[in-house]
Design a protein around this ligand. Sequence first.
Ligand SMILES: [Zn+2]
Length: 551
Amino acid sequence: MKPQVEIYDTTLRDGSQGEGINFSVADKLRIAEKLDAFGVHYIEGGWPGSNPKDIEFFAQAKKKKFKNARLAAFGSTRKKGVSVEHDDQVRLLIEAETPVVTIFGKTSMLHVKEVLRCTPEENLAMIADTVKFLKDHGKFVIYDCEHCFDGYKLDPEYAVATWQAAEKAGADFIVLCDTNGGCLPAEVAEITKVAVGKLNCKVGIHTHDDIGLGAANALAALDAGAIHVQGTINGYGERTGNCNLTSVIPCIALKLKKTCVPAKSLPKLKELSQFVDEIANSRHNPRQPWVGSSAFAHKGGAHVNAVQKLTSSYEHIDPAIVGNQRTVLISDLAGRSNIVIKAQELGFKLTNETPELKPILNRVKELEHEGYEFEAAEGSLALRIQEILGKRKLPFIVKSYRVSSEGGGGKSKCVAKVKVTVGKKESEQEAEGDGPVNALDTALRRALAKFFPHLNGVTLTDYKVRILDSKSKVVAKEALRAVKQRDDFILEPLMRDFNRAASEGTAAKTRVLIQSTDGKREWGTVGVSENIIEASLQALVDSMEYALLKK
Ligand SMILES: [Zn+2]
């Protein structure tokens, strides 16, 4: 069945114009395959006339079979003063051997006169000649109207003439482009309505996100009668980016309730978004709508309580529909519900009525005050909860450790020695490492391996260090805020804390967060100390203990 809205992906062409985005031919092929499997209708592979890498891409892509998508080559109308048959850039479009060719042309009189520097008639001829030439070569032709909205606002009659020139020459689609990304949804809707009224062929929309309205403008055009949206995965693109397809696709399906990509693809949206970020070597944006890791994260105690009773109370959709998931963040703000949900996730049978809940909550707040944070350290949190429930059995104890590091002339060597006791038995091991933490980790694991061979399969996957403000500084900041808000209730105990911290001369603390895996699951643990080695050891010990707990 034909979808009500077609998705045209230009991640590989317009998206690759984004700062820091650089795809190899192999990257492009992998992304194209993924997009095809997801079910977009067109994949714009590149501009063969602009770089040899794109010519190579089309040569390779020719050998692939795409199930859902049609491949498009992108280019421009012929040059002024050159016949279309003799225009190299147009020839390369034919040689790309794609079923679809998309070309852009000028809509705006300003650009015709000042940038192209030709007569208005010559521009119309350039559009018509190129579209007709491509149609004569059997191509499905999409005509992108550059500066469509700005051009229409400047000289509506001429803008319409350019669209009609493309239509008359046989274009299959006329796509209205907000090239500079500065239009408002109402303008886009109004001008799209005009285009739909004046044209017999189908109308599409291509927007940019310069004022944060790329997706909103695309939706406005769809409302006004467009049936084809161009955009990029994760909104990659020049300047602030293109219309973000990972926002627009779920909006079409779930908010406008129109068909676009296959319904079974929607739960793979987050995965697609992460995949493209990974290939682009770009950090996933946690605040990205729909697919970001924070898109369904709840922190405030009251919200968490409500979400627990009724998930729709603070969520606009069920996160699973787009392949995302609900997360509950543990923090100072959190009420008891966060802990209950987190504890249940960790396998504890805890409810809002469990009497131990209050001491657990108090302990978490106390530790957070000392600089711990448990949002990414569920392993450490589980051990603290166990401790308060009286269920923690220490499988081993670190009796002593020593770390030494020496170097010079650009070379360094780190050695760590760790002694552990397990029941009445003792074990001491030494190890060298790339750095002090690596040496410590290896020595600890060696010392424990003889009792717990399972730990040989546990590896460190990430290690993060954060220098925390000294306590007196933190308290001073909080006090300042309380003074500003005239909150005497908070101020008084803060001042007491402040005086104590100042008299102790508390030094800056280090928080170490480590991520571990046993090949099946990942977990985080945390350590805090004024000494970075001590903080690391705490996190390592928690990690090993948690690994044994989960075995
Ligand atoms: Zn663009």
